[in-house]
Write a protein that binds this ligand. Structure first.
Ligand code: A2P
Length: 338
């Protein structure tokens, strides 16, 4: 029998944390023991794992004794506050937050793209931003075949990107609107119901948001292309779950739409859903709960010599977060890195 791991989920009760639990079960990750860590608000509650009820523990400095792998999704400030205690306990942290992603000595990994970077870890492996993961899974095979020279991406990001409270805020606004009550706004800058908000995370002085620059900087790091020309506009939309992206990709070598379709059909982690005559294209409602990144509306950009337009949809909670983190843990286990 292979090695089994003591695993802790930090932020286990959150939108991503719960799905990390589900995916560990579904993919039969070799878990010896599991710890569910959350805030004092969750004290006394339980979560099920492999048919048994497990007490949720309140996160503390001593939470990591005997733990091999921490899957962290309680936010960047919690990751920063607890990383020392995790490393002191000789555990490996696979961190879903933005806290360490751009640190030079922290690998930033999408297992379909750069699994080998896991070997460079010094105790921390970072899980990329959700929109970045969903973008790059289909871009990598295009880059390998034809060398990407520029990417222009606009995102349509679901409320799940703001965690369980983001989803709950949209659901509450739907109920309050139907009841004729005033809508409550907390997680987003404005009401999200019946609206689109071109503002995710904070603004920088140059007019970009932090979310947009995460997509730029993280893409360059993951693809090992520090000069990659890429620009993004990120928008919050009133969907509950799954992010969509409109992408324009320029390449050095010309690719036809058919060639892109053929490439993506063979690509790991990608499902092509592209049959306009039968109204087949990916949509967030239907992609929710799926593991692959779905690609459709693949067409040649007639305004440029060598460019393709595509529409990409991925479940932000699964491939955009929890699944990618568990896949990193699988690389760690397979390569004997822990
Ligand atoms: P809790 O449910 O006890 O508040 P989401 O991203 O869906 O908002 O989830 C955030 C996760 O991080 C939840 O599991 C939440 O636990 C946890 N969390 C938030 N703040 C803290 C904290 N100060 N200490 C420990 N866990 C926290």
């Amino acid at each position: 029998m292979g090695k089994e791991y003591n695993v802790a989920i930090m932020g286990a009760t959150g939108a991503v944390g719960e799905i990390m639990r589900d995916i560990l079960e579904e993919r039969k990750f070799p878990v010896k023991d599991i710890k569910f860590l959350a805030s004092a608000r969750s004290k006394g509650k339980k979560m099920s794992f492999q048919g048994r009820e497990v007490d949720i523990e309140v996160l503390g400095e001593d939470s990591f004794k005997g733990v091999d792998i921490v899957l962290a999704s309680a936010g960047a400030s919690i990751s920063k506050d607890y990383v020392k205690h995790i490393l002191d306990a000789k555990a490996l942290i696979i961190d879903n937050s933005s806290a360490f992603r751009m640190d030079d000595d922290v690998p930033l990994v999408i297992p379909e793209i750069n699994p080998e970077d896991c070997g460079l870890n010094k105790g921390i492996i970072a899980n990329p931003n959700c929109s970045t993961i969903i973008l790059l899974v289909p871009l990598k095979p295009i880059h390998d075949a034809a060398k990407i020279t520029r990417v222009v991406v606009s995102t349509y990001q679901a409320t799940s990107g703001a965690g369980a409270k983001g989803m709950a805020e949209l659901e509450q606004q739907i109920r309050d609107y139907a009841a004729g009550s005033a809508l409550k706004v907390d997680k987003f800058a404005y009401q999200i119901l019946h609206n689109l908000i071109p503002h995710i995370d904070v603004f920088f002085e140059d007019g970009y948001t932090k979310e947009e620059m995460k997509m730029v900087n993280e893409s360059r790091k993951i693809m090992h292309e520090p000069g990659m020309r890429i620009t993004a506009t990120t928008v919050r939309v009133p969907c509950l779950r799954s992010h969509s992206e409109s992408v324009n990709v320029e390449t050095e070598k010309k690719l036809t739409a058919k060639e892109v379709r053929d490439l993506l059909e063979k690509a790991p982690g990608v499902t092509v859903e592209d049959d306009i005559h039968n109204k087949k294209y990916p949509m967030p409602f239907y992609v929710s709960g799926k593991d692959d990144v779905y690609v459709g509306r693949i067409r040649e950009d007639f305004s440029a010599d060598k460019a393709i337009n595509m529409w990409i949809v991925g479940d932000q909670l699964r491939k955009g977060a929890a699944l990618n983190a568990v896949q990193i843990a699988e690389v760690v286990a397979r390569e004997g890195l822990k």
